[in-house]
Design a protein around this ligand. Structure first.
Ligand code: HAM
Length: 423
């Protein structure tokens, strides 16, 4: 049997209702905050990711699905969405009328990481990006949007970490401080980190090797190396969050795994997720649009990992399964033809109605109704046709009532609609 590719997964019908619900909620919220959807392709030129995410990041160094197309071009399955959104912002001159644009996109990303719980090679992200705003209140607003979403999902046990990574004026000073701290500590670093020390020392904060982690405990803090502008930017982000009573932890070790960040970075962590505990992450990337050939416009955004969100929502999938509302058990040719019509009429009224075409016994049809988990079963056979009334059975209370054949569709549709508005 041919099976799934390692690190890839199916989202089964039982789970899909919850995925749809989450996506609907987030679309609603993003649109209320002024975001418009942008749909971007899954494939881009490799260079786009190399230049934006950074050539010495894990993603670009070892996790991208890259191949040479028949035309000789190097293409990559997108490992994230920000680079593509920036490309589209530039390519379609989305800044022309007004540089301030708020864009969101939802879809799969691909990273060839070592698969484990909460870490897949194809995973899904909700991605939000804001262009053209320098004001630190924009950073706070975006974080508040993210946390509002988490709140609407009634997630508990999540914490918000924030940090500032400085700017091209002050980060080099911090990198130097970090390099001199690491000088003389070579024996305590893994071979990857030894390489990182010269090329990209900030990455060492992300290393999971215990010895490296321990060494970094005493490393200098970026927050003590920020220039005045970055410092006051960060202060306003924090006071704006305070103003809305948004709790957060300042985490000077939060460097993020992508190189385009400047100033504010943030992550939402959920302890219950175990090792892969980041549900969402993001930050400001003021130089990226320009670096990719666009105007000098700032940017800030975040991505939520939907797969991890689903792990936090586990157990709620059942509530969002779209089970049929009613099953019509029809016995005999004539009753089946009438039921066939009812099913179509009910669906036109947005009632999820099902029936069997297999002419099975009443008992086995009722078993099917039970399995489907319907709220109602409608029973119609020769006797009911003679009576001029079908039997409507409430599958929960087991109560039965007679419904005139003429009124079946209207009555059932009204009943189900009324019940839905109560829930
Ligand atoms: P990221 O931190 O690489 O940021 O990914 C964001 C989220 O995607 C993570 O917090 C996690 O929930 C989820 N995620 C990442 N990798 C995996 C994986 N292998 N399996 C399952 N879930 C995963 C970015 O991608 C940036 N583009 C975010 C951003 C947008 N920054 C500015 N704008």
């Amino acid at each position: 049997m041919i099976k799934l590719v390692k690190g890839f997964k199916d989202i089964l019908p039982e789970e899909a209702g919850l995925w749809q619900h989450v996506e609907m909620l987030v679309r609603e919220l993003l649109e209320d905050f002024g975001f418009a959807e942008l749909r971007i392709p899954i494939l881009e030129q490799t260079e786009l990711f190399a230049r934006s995410i950074g050539t010495s990041t894990d993603i670009v160094e070892k996790e991208m699905y890259t191949f040479i197309d028949r035309s000789g071009e190097s293409l990559t399955l997108r490992p994230e969405a920000t680079a593509s959104v920036v490309r589209a912002y530039i390519e379609h001159r989305l800044y022309a009328k007004n540089p301030v644009r708020k864009l969101y996109t939802i879809g799969p990303m691909f990273r060839r990481e070592r698969p484990q719980k909460g870490r897949y090679r194809q995973f899904y992200q909700i991605n939000a990006e804001v262009f053209g705003l320098h004001d630190p209140r924009a950073d706070a607003e975006l974080i508040l949007l993210l946390m509002t979403f988490m709140g609407r999902l009634e997630l508990s046990g999540i914490v918000l970490h924030i940090n500032s990574l400085g700017c091209p004026a002050c980060r080099p000073r911090f990198k130097d401080a970090l390099k001199s701290f690491l000088t003389g500590r070579s024996e305590q670093l893994c071979s990857d980190c030894l390489r990182r020390r010269d090329k990209n020392p900030l990455r060492i904060f992300d290393c999971k090797v215990p010895a490296c982690k321990e060494t970094m405990q005493d490393a200098p803090s970026i927050l003590e190396h920020l220039c005045n502008t970055c410092q006051s930017h960060f202060e306003i982000v924090k006071t704006s969050l305070d103003r809305f009573q948004m709790p957060y932890q300042v985490n000077p070790r939060l460097v993020r795994g992508l190189d385009y960040y400047t100033r504010t970075t943030f992550e939402v962590l959920a302890e219950t997720l175990g090792a892969q505990d980041a549900v969402a992450g993001g930050g400001r990337y003021d130089g990226l649009v320009k670096a990719l050939g666009g105007p000098d416009q700032p940017g800030i955004g975040f991505a939520i990992g939907i797969d991890r969100l689903m792990a936090l929502l586990a157990g709620r999938a059942q509530d969002f399964e779209k089970r049929p509302h009613i099953f019509i058990a029809a016995i005999g040719e004539q009753a089946q033809n009438i039921a066939f019509q009812w099913v179509q009429d009910l669906r036109r009224q947005r009632v999820r109605a099902e029936m069997d075409f297999e002419n099975r016994s009443l008992k086995s049809q009722m078993r099917r109704a039970d399995k489907l988990g319907v709220t109602y079963a409608l029973i119609v056979g020769d006797r009911e046709l003679d009576d001029g009334a079908a039997v409507l059975r409430n599958m929960t209370t087991k109560e039965q009532e007679k419904v005139s054949l003429q009124n079946v569709v209207t009555l059932v549709a009204n009943r189900i609609r009324a019940e839905q508005s109560i829930h």
